[in-house]
Design a protein around this ligand. Structure first.
Ligand code: G4P
Length: 295
C-alpha cells in the first residue's frame, strides 16, 4: 500500500510562511505552541522547534475534549518533567483557558521582573500563536479575544494568519498560518496528521486513508471501533483496510446501484466520525512512547 509520506502534500507556500514567522520573531516575547492533544508528538513541527529555539515557549495541548484524559495528564506530567511549560485545554468548552495567562507570565517571570526594574511595569506581553494547520489556532485566539476581538492591526494587505489581536489583561496575540514540514522521518507521523485532518484531504486518497485508519483502530482501539460499527473481533481479525471499509459501508447501507458499496461515502463517514471523536476519545501518541519529547 502506498505510504502517506510518498504523496506530494507539502505546499510551496509553507516555506514562505516559515520565513514570515521567522521575520516576526523579533516582535514577540513568547510563543504559544499549539499541539493536538491526540498527537502531541506528531503535531510538533520540528522546523518550528528550530525556529523558536531562543524564544520562551509554552506548550498548549488543544482539543483535550477529544483526547484520552488519562493520556493528557501523562503528557503534561512528562512535559513538566522535561522542564517544558505546558497546559491543556479545549476550545470547544473553554476548559483549561484560565491557566493560559498565568502560565505565560510564569514563562516570562524573569523578563517581567527585568522590565519592571527598568520602569516598564505593565508592558504589553506579545505572544505568537503557532502550530500545524487545523490545530485550533483561530479557535484559541477567538476564545481568548472573545467579545472584545479588537484587532490591534487590521490593515488591507495583511494576510489572514499574520494579525495581532488584543485580548486584554496586557496581552496581545499574533496569529500565524499553520505550517507543516517537508519530510516525515517517521511515516506514522504523516499518517496520524492525515488521520486528524491536518494534511488536506484533497491531496490524499481518502479511501486509502480511511482503510489505514481502520486498521490502526483495529490494532489500537478495537473496542471503540467494534462498538461504533457493530463489528466483532473475529470478523475483522485478518482483513485488509479496504475490505474493512467495504464492510462498514455495507453495514451502513451505503450502496450504489447494483448493490455495490459506495466506499467513497464510507471513507468520508469514517474520517468524519474519527475526527469528531464520535468513534470515541483517544490519544494516538502515547506519552510513554515519547519520553524525551522536545518542542
Ligand atoms: P487553525 O486556525 O489552527 O487552522 O484551526 P481552527 O481554529 O480553524 O480549528 C480547526 C477545527 O478544529 C475547527 O473545526 C474547530 O472548530 C476545531 N477545534 C478547534 N479547537 C477545538 C477543540 O478544542 N475541540 C474540538 N472538538 N474542536 C476544536 P471545523 O470543523 O474545521 O470548523 P467548525 O466546526 O468550527 O465549523
Amino acid at each position: 500500500m502506498e505510504e502517506i509520506q510518498s504523496i506530494q502534500w507539502f505546499p510551496g507556500h509553507m516555506t514562505k510562511t516559515k520565513r514570515q514567522i521567522e521575520a516576526r520573531l523579533k516582535l514577540i516575547d513568547a510563543v504559544a505552541v499549539l499541539l493536538d492533544a491526540r498527537i502531541p508528538y506528531s503535531s510538533c513541527n520540528p522546523d518550528l522547534r528550530t525556529l523558536f529555539n531562543n524564544k520562551p515557549r509554552l506548550v498548549v495541548l488543544n482539543k483535550c475534549d477529544m483526547a484520552d484524559a488519562a493520556q493528557t495528564k501523562k503528557w503534561l506530567a512528562q512535559f513538566h518533567q522535561n522542564q517544558i511549560p505546558a497546559i491543556a485545554l479545549d476550545c470547544k468548552t473553554g476548559k483549561g483557558f484560565h491557566a493560559f495567562i498565568p502560565a505565560v507570565r510564569s514563562v516570562l517571570e524573569d523578563r517581567i521582573r527585568q522590565w519592571e526594574s527598568k520602569g516598564m511595569k505593565g508592558r504589553t506581553i506579545k505572544v505568537m500563536v503557532a502550530g500545524i494547520p487545523n490545530v485550533g489556532k483561530s479557535s484559541f485566539i477567538n476564545r481568548l479575544a472573545g467579545q472584545n476581538r479588537a484587532k490591534a492591526e487590521d490593515r488591507p494587505g495583511v494576510t489572514r494568519g499574520n494579525q495581532w489581536y488584543t485580548i486584554g489583561k496586557g496581552f496581545d496575540l499574533l496569529d500565524t498560518p499553520g505550517v507543516l514540514w517537508p519530510k516525515f522521518d517517521d511515516p506514522l507521523v504523516g499518517e496520524k496528521l492525515a488521520f486528524i485532518g491536518s494534511v488536506r484531504d484533497e491531496v490524499l486518497d481518502t479511501e486509502q486513508l480511511a482503510g489505514r485508519l481502520l486498521l490502526y483502530l483495529r490494532d489500537h482501539q478495537q473496542q471503540l471501533l467494534c462498538a461504533r460499527y457493530r463489528l466483532s473481533g473475529e470478523e475483522i481479525a485478518s482483513i485488509q483496510g479496504s475490505e474493512l471499509l467495504t464492510l462498514i459501508g455495507k453495514k451502513r447501507g451505503m450502496l450504489m446501484s447494483g448493490g455495490v458499496v459506495n466506499t467513497e461515502r464510507a471513507a468520508a463517514a469514517v474520517l468524519d466520525e474519527f475526527r469528531g471523536a464520535v468513534i470515541g476519545r483517544m490519544t494516538l501518541d502515547l506519552a510513554e512512547e515519547y519520553p524525551n519529547v522536545r518542542i
